[in-house]
Each structure stands twice: as structure tokens, then as C-alpha cells.
Design a protein around this ligand. Structure first.
Ligand code: HXC
Length: 262
């Protein structure tokens, strides 16, 4: 499959690979137009359906993960055209259907829709050059892809309000201490670190990986008691898998496990 606004490739040395997606509109700092989001949606679903892929890494360029939704394409809309067309591609939500982990490797600007896209990934590894922000208020609009909802869940109400209302950018160190980012690495190591994390995950049993992802998402959707109950059921269910027997047998016999399930 060939795309115009993204690049896709398989990476990794193990039996299961990492699907690497690179946002590729460098002149526009990877501004997210409909074509890019449609291509991203297709690429994510293709990697998700590929049994040879364990994990997905989503990245941009050194200068920008993505500087937001494409402003010139949004500018001509009025309320009725925005309302009737939906304004942004329905593929903005496609990433939420992916069952495999999606790691955001963020260098440079992650602003507006770029920050929202990174927050839809399962976790963020940031370069020390990364800058996060929701500057929509400067354009006379508000976030439209979850920024007002996911940012306060990630960094708490006060910092989210500060970022959303003042439009200031937050650097990587602040983003890490606020909990938006899992870890910060030197910019020239960003992709290597994200791919190494993906490779570690690729070595584990696929049902364990998929269920952990599903349950952590559940933690943000419903009541604690429901989440804990579902977790216990899935915990029991994994005792029906060969990988549980392999993992525990390997531990007890002091050897490396070889997981089979994809
Ligand atoms: C289209 C963009 C863009 C964007 C940058 N560019 N951001 N094009 N949409 N969101 C283009 C610039 O027009 C410019 O093109 C080129 O990228 C380089 O940008 P510069 O401004 O020259 O670079 P710099 O001075 O380094 O400033 C970088 C920046 C600034 C701080 C990131 O570009 C900026 O503030 N961009 C807008 C950020 C923003 O407001 N994002 C939120 C968008 S609204 P030319 O052709 O002039 O060289 C949004 C809503 C989401 O995301 C709704 C849900 C999807």
C-alpha cells in the first residue's frame, strides 16, 4: 500500500515485528489534514490485522510530531458546513479501534490535534525536544478531538486548564512530571527507544498484551468495581492458554519463555 502523507514500514528482529508509521508532511510540520488521517486510519487497521505485527509505533519528524489539524483547510468552514460534514475525518477515531498497543514517539511540536493524537495512543515516549500544547484558543476555537477530556485525565484539572486557557506550551520534562509522558529520552535516541519498548512488548503473549490494553482503557471509561470485575474474569481466562503454561513453566525452570499466541 502506498501513501502520500505517511510512511509505513516493518521494524524489528524478532518473529513478531513492529509496524512503524511516520507522519510525513514535513513542510507543514505534519499538520493533520483529512488525507493524512484517512491514510493513518488505513495503516493502523492494516497493522492491527497483521498477525506478524505485535505493536505499532507512531512518530513524526524531529521538528514536529504534528503541529495540529491543518488550519488552512479548516479556515473556510462556517458552523453549518462544519456540523454537516463533521469537519474532521471520521478516521480521527480509528486509532481507538486498534487492539494492539500504539506507542507515540513524540519529538518537537505536538500541538492541538497533534497533542490529541498522541494522547489517543497507549503511551507517549518523548524526545527532550518535545513541546506539548493545546493552542486552539488562539485561533478562536477549542480542541475537537478529545483535548478537553483526555488532557485533564492525564495531567489533572489545574494544569490542563492552564494549558488550554493560556495556550502555553509544556516542555518534555514538565510533561513527564505531570504524567502525560511515560519517559523522556535524548532526541537522537527517540525512535530507538520507542522501537526497543515495542520489541519488548512483541516478545510477550499477545492475549496478555491485548487484555492489558483493553483493561487500562476500561479504567478510564467505567466504574472501578466493573473494571476490577472484568479484570478478574480475564485473569481467569488466561489460565486457558498455552502461553500461561509456558510462562509459568519457564519461570519455574529458570529459562526464557517462548510465547506462541499471536
Ligand atoms: C497548517 C501549519 C500548521 C497547521 C504549522 N504550519 N502549523 N500548516 N496547519 N496546524 C505550517 C506553517 O504555516 C508554515 O508553513 C510551516 O508549517 C512552518 O511553520 P512556522 O510557523 O513557520 O514555524 P515556527 O515559526 O517554527 O512555528 C512553529 C509553530 C507554529 C509554533 C508550531 O507553526 C504554530 O503555531 N502552528 C499552529 C499550531 C496550532 O495552532 N495548532 C492547533 C491547530 S487547531 P509556510 O508555508 O508558511 O512555511 C487544531 C484543532 C484540532 O489542531 C481539532 C481536532 C482535530
Amino acid at each position: 500500500m502506498s501513501y502520500e502523507c505517511i510512511l509505513t514500514e516493518l521494524r524489528g528482529s524478532g518473529e513478531r515485528k513492529t509496524g512503524l508509521i511516520t507522519l510525513n508532511r514535513p513542510k507543514q510540520l505534519n499538520a493533520l489534514n483529512d488525507q493524512l488521517m484517512d491514510e493513518l486510519g488505513q495503516a493502523l487497521l492494516a497493522f492491527d490485522a497483521d498477525d506478524g505485527v505485535g505493536c505499532i509505533v507512531l512518530t513524526g519528524s524531529e521538528r514536529a510530531f504534528a503541529a495540529g489539524a491543518d488550519i488552512p483547510t479548516m479556515a473556510p468552514h462556517d458552523f453549518m458546513s462544519a456540523f454537516k460534514t463533521g469537519l474532521i475525518s471520521k478516521n480521527w477515531e480509528t486509532i481507538l479501534q486498534v487492539r494492539k498497543p500504539v506507542i507515540a514517539a513524540v519529538g518537537g511540536f505536538a500541538l492541538g490535534g497533534g497533542c490529541e493524537l498522541a494522547m489517543m495512543c497507549d503511551f507517549i515516549i518523548a524526545a527532550d525536544s518535545a513541546k506539548f500544547g493545546q493552542p486552539e484558543i488562539k485561533l478562536g476555537i477549542i480542541p475537537g478531538a478529545g483535548g478537553t477530556q483526555r488532557l485533564p485525565r492525564a495531567v489533572g484539572k489545574s494544569k490542563a486548564m492552564d494549558l488550554l486557557l493560556t495556550a502555553r506550551m509544556m516542555d518534555a520534562a514538565e510533561a513527564e512530571s505531570a504524567g502525560l509522558v511515560a519517559r523522556v529520552v535524548p532526541a537522537d535516541k527517540l525512535l530507538d527507544e520507542a522501537l526497543a519498548a515495542a520489541e519488548t512488548i512483541n516478545g510477550f503473549s499477545a492475549p496478555s498484551v491485548a487484555l492489558i490494553k483493553e483493561l487500562v482503557h476500561q479504567a478510564f471509561q467505567g466504574p472501578l468495581s466493573d473494571g476490577v470485575k472484568i479484570e478478574r474474569r480475564y485473569f481467569h481466562a488466561l489460565f486457558g492458554t498455552a502461553d500461561q503454561r509456558e510462562g509459568m513453566d519457564a519461570f519455574m525452570n529458570k529459562r526464557k519463555p517462548e510465547f506462541k499466541h499471536r
